[in-house]
Design a protein around this ligand. Structure first.
Ligand code: G3P
Length: 215
């Protein structure tokens, strides 16, 4: 299987609303032209529109472990069934462990893929017991910066790989194709990137440049 690039759109101005759709189309174009795997993690408001307009996988950025019914303001697992899966437990949207457990179970029951973020190898080890589809290791202090975990602290990746039984994705501070190459060589199945793409002046060029490490 080819390594995957997951673009976390977060809720940057550059990756919400019409900008989200534009970025999604650029990602789809590059995925096709370069023959690489790209998936998108999109905010709840833009999900439907993007799913209708691109053919690459579209994930929710979060889902709540609640049932359909009297749950104002929540997003239930059933409501994201049309999409390709969900991120969970991102450093910017941390979940209590019991809530995470229940949410992963509900996703499994509905056959929704989960990519669960972990801040440390220890947390990744604990999450691995819940058997999500992927674990994304992202040290919070490196998120949004210019130094990747691959280069700054590769031992975080290797320690994570030792502690978990599910495929691992690397995230935080990824800005160069070398960051991606190292993450993959260390044994992770892909990368989770936000600002390197969403804040880029020319996202298409950056994606093509990243593609060199994703074939
Ligand atoms: O989920 C990906 C994210 O937290 C990493 O953000 O901006 O460091 O690529 P960034």
């Amino acid at each position: 299987m080819k390594p995957i690039l997951i673009i976390n759109f977060k809720i940057y101005k550059e990756s919400t609303g019409n900008n989200a759709l534009e970025l999604a189309k650029i990602a789809e174009k590059v995925a096709k032209e370069e023959n690489i795997e790209i998936a998108l993690a999109v905010n709840a408001i833009d999900l439907q529109k993007i799913k209708e307009n691109v053919e690459i996988p579209v994930y929710a950025q979060h889902v709540d472990g609640v049932e359909l019914g009297a749950n104002t303001g929540f997003i239930s697992v059933e409501m994201i069934k049309a999409f390709d899966g969900t991120l969970l437990n991102h450093s910017e949207h941390k979940l209590d462990f019991e809530v995470l457990k229940q949410t992963i179970e509900r996703c499994k029951n509905q056959e929704i893929k989960t990519i669960v973020c972990a801040a440390t190898p220890e947390e990744a080890g604990k999450i691995s017991e819940l058997n999500p589809d992927f674990i994304a290791i992202e040290p919070p202090e490196l998120i949004g910066g210019d130094i990747s975990v691959s280069k700054a602290q590769p031992e975080i990746i290797t320690n994570t790989l030792e502690k978990v039984q599910v495929p691992v994705i690397t995230g935080a501070g990824i800005k160069t194709k070398e960051d991606i190459k190292i993450a993959i060589e260390l044994g992770t199945k892909g990368v989770l990137v936000a600002s390197g793409i969403t804040k880029a002046k020319d996202p298409e060029s950056i994606l093509k440049y990243f593609a060199e490490s994703l074939k």
